[in-house]
Design a binder for this molecule. Structure first.
Ligand code: PMP
Length: 318
């Protein structure tokens, strides 16, 4: 696995060397958090010598929806961004797992907090990326003392840059107390999600996850898990989850683009189930990895190949 960093970015409408992708200290979004971003994974399939981007279109469609909320009127269409990302990755010639970060932001060099009468821009970069929470044998989580943002304050649904202050506060609190991650409660006391991942519990053989109205990001990995559960004939309930259900669940796991599927075996230092990775979580994690790296023919449509040839030569494929 290569350890080199990225060399290019998509910036100002084209792929440029990364050192040319710079913004001014006066950039509006830097001050007011008025950006929207995405996180997309690419998985290196060593057997096929192919880099597969997972659910690229779904991520770009979510990005396009989220841009509308912040009135980020960028010139790039979804098709153009799709093409720009593939071009960027071909220039990088990654042969490792990666993380792709599109960002749209209020780019005017102007003082004054607002969404209107400001220019918008898009940038994308990609970096080699390993495990975000390296705990395949089970992570620990705490119920955060920070409450989840509400939809009527800063909507967590829309991957707004400024909203991630909420996640950063909770993550750092958890890390400083020796936990791997934080679980948020909503203002009404029901369970929301982790700092950068959605949450599933297993109760009585069914998957349970908070609904889209519980201050969550509408995760693409969450949707993927729900589809993989259908393959397995496992029922999924989307409903409000009480805090104490965290302590009586049979299994718990968090899922997201960066995180993948990570079992949570301790919450607030209490064992979840028997304190070991549960069978359903283990199975779903394996199925997710197979699907995301192009190894599951049933879900091949989720994977966009970056390189055209088996030897990763950069001839265009589409
Ligand atoms: N919730 C939050 C707060 C996140 O930042 C993420 C990561 N994007 C997720 C959930 C998971 O979403 P996805 O599966 O689309 O990455």
């Amino acid at each position: 696995m290569t350890t080199r960093v990225n060399r290019y970015a998509y910036f100002g409408g084209k792929v440029v060397p990364i050192e040319k992708a710079k913004v001014s200290i006066m950039t509006s979004a830097l001050h007011y958090g008025t950006g929207v971003f995405e996180g997309i994974r690419g998985f290196w399939n060593a057997q096929e010598r192919q880099l597969y981007v997972f659910r690229l279109r779904d991520h770009l469609e979510r990005f396009a929806r989220n841009l509308r909320l912040l009135l980020l009127d960028v010139p790039e269409t979804t098709d153009a961004l799709d093409g720009a990302i593939i071009e960027l990755l071909r220039r990088e010639r990654f042969e490792t797992d990666i993380y792709i970060r599109p960002l749209a932001y209020k780019s005017s060099d102007r003082v004054g907090v607002r969404l209107h009468d400001l220019e918008s821009a898009v940038a994308v970069f990609a970096v080699p990326f390993g495990e975000y929470i390296d705990r395949p044998d089970g992570a620990s989580a705490m119920v955060s003392s920070w409450r989840r943002l509400s939809d009527n304050a800063i909507p967590p649904r829309n991957k707004i840059s400024g909203a991630y202050v909420n996640s950063a506060l909770a993550k750092t609190e958890a890390a400083s107390l020796g936990f791997d991650d934080a679980l948020f409660l909503c203002e009404d006391g029901t369970v929301s999600e982790a700092s950068a991942a959605n949450l599933f519990l297993v109760r009585d053989g069914r998957l349970v996850t908070p609904p889209r109205t519980a201050g969550i990001l509408e995760g693409i990995t969450r949707a993927t898990i729900m589809e993989l559960a259908v393959d397995l004939g496992i029922a999924v309930e989307e409903r409000r989850i009480g805090r104490s259900e965290l302590y009586v669940a049979d299994e718990a796991f968090i899922c997201g683009t960066a995180v993948g599927v990570v079992p949570v075996t301790f919450v607030d230092r209490r064992a979840v189930g028997d304190g070991r990775v549960g069978a359903l979580c283990r199975d779903l994690r394996r199925r997710y990895i197979d699907a995301a790296s192009g190894r599951d023919p049933r879900h091949r449509a989720w994977c966009t190949p970056v390189y055209a040839l088996a030897d990763s030569a950069l001839a265009p494929q589409r």
